[in-house]
Write a protein that binds this ligand. Structure first.
Ligand code: B3K
Ligand code: ZN
Length: 882
């Protein structure tokens, strides 16, 4: 590695800031080839050291001037490095005004952090450390101040000029320029600062808060997108109401703005009263967006809105505490989605993501606790662990305390820490204080990485009518902790009698809660004995996935079928089916490797047959039950994954079910066809999901030709969900001629719509039937591709590496090498995106040979480059040394 080695920073080294900023005045003069930023800060010393130097962060800035109390400082009064400006302590009184002028080049900013341009408009992204690319500042979340921001720009090109808080002045200036001034009365860290300047249209609505205050809500978009804002506006209003009803949280300004931008590194950003969204996470209408896009938009709008309390009013002391706001807010948005849609299906989706992707992260070289102890580049820590596992940890607290005490805990947390920058410990303490429950051992979840595993065995004694469960917990070594302390695991369960009803549970153990049927597992090994059990029950374990663990219990096929049919817990009914299908596919993959003939298990066939013949009202659940475990999930079940054997085994199961049950699938398909106008309601979504799942199976079979059904749906659909599902069914079928024609037709129809074209790119990048690297290379050179736009990169490069597992893991290693080249190319432009793309390669140790070694070689190729960004450097080095 030819880089000067970037250094890690440690949580244990945290020191409170030596200076406070009482108020921040910013003046932006925007021009097409540069921007002038003048910042005036009212500051005071806060530390005990009265001579401390003033250290300010800054990156890619041209310093024009710096003054203290109106006196310009000359170069001997300060020191500049590429990442900082340090004013010598001798020049600084206890209270002072610091004025700094810098010049920046937003139009050249391809990292999309700080102030940059997206399709002609100016916008910002400051979390985590982007503000330092705007001006020299104490760029850390525990420095909070009030802001006043004046923006000046050409009026014709940038008629809309926005920042946080309330608009307090507008001015028409000379030379066709104009300005607006914004004042945000709430103290905030600089990562919540935002600015937008562009030629935008907006829709407007109002929300009246629970105490009767009217809030003006606006969504700003480029003019061509004005017909795609209504759904997000509805979602915003639903979120505002939900947060009042469920958490008692009211909005705190008279204005709330959302802006959609095309070039954005992630989904969206919760800047105070000026949320900025990736256009793919806010724009939708039935013609252009699928059901899953509508659902994603609703969840993300809610997530960003909920941050107003969990993140903005109460923020993080330092970036090690990121899960304080993200884990809590994901839990909040996930409960919101469960309340407005199907609770069980939402749980299934969340757990699938966790078990497929977060467990993989936790088992890989980048594994870290939800409260990490160190990092090199914070952008690398916006992970599934911080977000999704963080949310599971909050969910466990919710389950241990119960809904009422949890609400008391959150009220206390918001009241105690309003306006402060705090730690995860403050959150847990508030929960403890409000409920009187001891969460001491529970805190291990914050400090230890890795997925705990539960090994459960049972014993039934017919002479005493007792049934015992022995639960042993283990957790594999992870980089930060070798000796794991036992976790406090809330373990929800039921025991089913012969007719499939739940026994009333009686257990003397103090760790068993008879009201909730939850066992508090706290020891490395514990046995729980239930009395009055008249015959051997079928245990339903870890109901609702009550803890983020891997569960091992040796279920028989009959027991799993019994649970699928009778379990009162919907999640476990689904999970029993997944366990059964997983077992079968893993066994078949051994047959593939041994060259044996493949035979479909009749148990699985019966399950599918009966699901298709007995449609009930819960179509959303039926669709989930009929979904085979994903290839990514199957890979996660093996220590040395044989990707191709798994792919072949899974495809065989799908193909055989399609061949033997195509008429049944078709019957369900026909029942679900309806000519109603599109609605993104849970019931309508469930119907479409089930219908389109059937279509996928139907287009697989060689026994009958359903391609015409798919084609008709493609041509006649009145909404994107059905049109795109039909296109997907063709693309992933053996009807390749028709697929190619439909792909061309689709592009012709939608080429003017960037977001739809991105879906079109993704579909091809993920296709089993395409030619691997050769096909994705074609997509890279397509007119619709642009390497500077993260959505395009994700649609092609990200999707190929993370979702086209068959071709990415092609035997010659070409997929890995191709990805390494893309990462190298992107690292020079946008390090955050480059680093994200490393994810699939970080799994090299868990992929069977020769692939594992080929993946490692691709990583080494990247490691040998000079001038890697910190982002890529950190992931590559940690991945190779582990
Ligand atoms: N807080 C932002 C994420 C910022 C990512 C910075 N690299 C969005 C969210 O989680 O709501
Ligand atoms: Zn968030």
């Amino acid at each position: 590695m030819k880089n000067a080695e970037p250094k890690a920073i440690y949580l244990k080294d945290y020191q409170a800031p030596a200076f406070e900023i009482e108020s921040t005045h910013l003046n932006f003069d925007l021009y097409d080839d540069y921007t002038l930023v003048s910042s005036t800060l009212k500051m005071r010393r806060s530390g005990v050291n009265k001579h401390a130097d003033l250290f300010l962060n800054g990156q890619e800035l041209e310093l024009i001037s710096v003054s203290v109390n109106g006196e310009n400082l000359s170069e001997e009064h300060y020191e500049q490095t590429p990442e900082s400006l340090t004013v010598h302590g001798a020049n600084i009184p206890d209270e002072f005004t610091l004025a700094i002028q810098t010049k920046i080049k937003p139009q050249e900013n391809t990292a999309l952090e700080g102030l940059y341009k997206s399709s002609g408009m100016f916008c910002t992204q400051c979390e985590a450390e982007g503000f330092r690319r705007i001006t020299y500042f104490l760029d850390r979340p525990d420095v909070m101040s009030v802001y006043e921001v004046r923006i000046t720009a050409d009026q014709k090109a940038y008629p809309v000029l926005l920042s946080n808080g309330n608009l307090i002045a507008t001015e028409i200036l000379e030379n066709g320029r104009h300005s607006t001034t914004w004042q945000d009365p709430h103290k905030k860290p600089c990562y919540l600062f935002a600015l937008v300047a562009g030629d935008l249209k907006h829709i407007e609505d109002t929300f009246t808060t629970m105490s009767g205050v009217d809030v003006t809500l606006r969504i700003f978009v480029e003019p061509q997108n004005i017909d795609k804002c209504d759904f997000a506006m509805g979602a915003l209003k639903r979120s505002m109401k939900w947060d009042e009803e469920v958490y008692g949280r009211e909005y705190d300004l008279n204005i709330f703005n959302i802006v959609a931008v095309d070039a954005f590194n992630m989904g969206a950003m919760e800047n105070k009263s000026l949320n900025i969204f990736n256009s793919s996470c806010v724009l939708a209408n039935p013609k252009t967006a699928t059901d899953s896009t509508f659902q994603r938009i609703e969840a993300i709008v809610a997530h960003e809105y909920f941050h107003n309390w969990s993140g903005n009013r109460v923020t993080c002391r330092d970036w090690f505490q990121l899960s304080l706001k993200e884990g809590f807010t994901v839990f909040r948005d996930s409960e919101f989605s469960a309340d407005v849609g199907s609770r069980t299906v939402k749980r299934i989706e969340d757990v699938s993501l966790l078990r497929t992707a977060q467990f993989a992260e936790d088992a890989g070289p980048m594994s870290h606790p939800i409260l990490p102890a160190s990092f090199i580049e914070i952008s690398n820590f916006y992970t599934l662990t911080i977000y999704e596992k963080g949310a599971e940890v909050v969910r466990m607290i919710h389950n241990i305390l119960g809904a009422q005490d949890f609400r008391k805990g959150s009220d206390l947390y918001f009241e105690r820490h309003d306006g402060q920058a705090v730690t995860t410990e403050h959150f847990v303490k508030a929960m403890e204080d409000a409920s009187g429950k001891d969460l001491n051992q529970f805190r291990n979840w914050y400090h230890q990485a890795g997925t705990p595993e539960l090994w459960v065995s049972d014993d039934f004694d017919s002479s005493t009518n007792t049934y015992s469960l022995t639960i042993k917990q283990t957790c594999r070594d992870t980089p930060e902790t070798q000796e794991k302390k036992p976790y406090h695991i809330p373990f929800s369960l039921g025991l089913l009698d012969d007719s499939g009803n739940d026994y009333a549970l009686t257990c003397d153990d103090a760790e068993f809660n008879a009201q909730t049927n939850v066992i508090n597992v706290t020891q490395p090994e514990q046995t729980f004995t239930f009395s009055n059990i008249s015959s051997k029950p079928v245990p339903s374990l870890l109901r609702g996935f009550s803890a983020p663990v891997k569960l091992h219990f040796d279920y028989s096929v009959e027991q799993l079928q019994f649970l699928m049919a009778h379990d009162s817990d919907g999640f476990n009914r689904w999970d029993a089916g997944q366990t059964l299908a997983t077992k079968i596919i893993l066994n078949l993959s051994q047959d593939v490797l041994a060259g044996r003939d493949l035979v479909l298990d009749e148990g699985l066939f019966d399950v599918f047959k009966s699901l298709l013949s007995n449609l009930n009202d819960d179509l959303a659940m039926q669709a989930q039950m009929l979904s085979l475990p994903s290839l990514a999930y199957l890979i996660e079940q093996q220590d040395q994954a044989q990707v191709h054997a798994l792919y072949t085994a899974r495809s065989f199961v799908k193909q055989t079910l399609a061949d033997r049950l195509h008429a049944d699938f078709n019957q369900v398909y026909q029942k679900c066809v309806d000519a109603c106008e599109y609605e993104p309601s849970p019931q309508a979504i469930a119907k479409r999901t089930l219908k389109n799942l059937c279509l996928q199976f139907m287009t697989q079979t060689h026994q009958y030709d359903y391609s015409v059904t798919a084609q008709q749906q493609f041509e006649q659909a009145n909404n994107m969900t059905d049109q795109f599902a039909a296109l997907g069914a063709l693309v992933n079928s053996h009807h390749q001629d028709m697929a190619q024609t439909a792909l061309q037709q689709f592009y012709q129809q939608w080429q003017h719509d960037v977001l739809v074209v991105n879906m079109w790119l993704s579909l091809q990048a993920s296709s089993d039937h395409a030619q691997g690297v050769a096909s994705v290379n074609e997509l890279l050179s397509h007119e619709a591709f642009d390497i500077k736009n993260p959505n395009k990169v994700r649609s092609v490069v990200g999707v190929f590496a993370a979702q086209n597992l068959r071709h990415f893991h092609g035997d010659d290693g070409a997929g890995y090498n191709w990805l390494a080249d893309r990462i190298i190319e992107l690292d020079a432009l946008n390090p955050q995106i480059a680093s994200r793309l490393l994810g699939p390669l970080t799994k090299w140790k868990r992929i069977g040979q020769p692939n594992g070694t080929q993946m490692k070689q691709a990583l080494e190729k990247i490691a040998q480059r000079s001038n890697l960004s910190k982002d890529v450097y950190e992931v590559v080095t940690k991945t190779l040394v582990s």
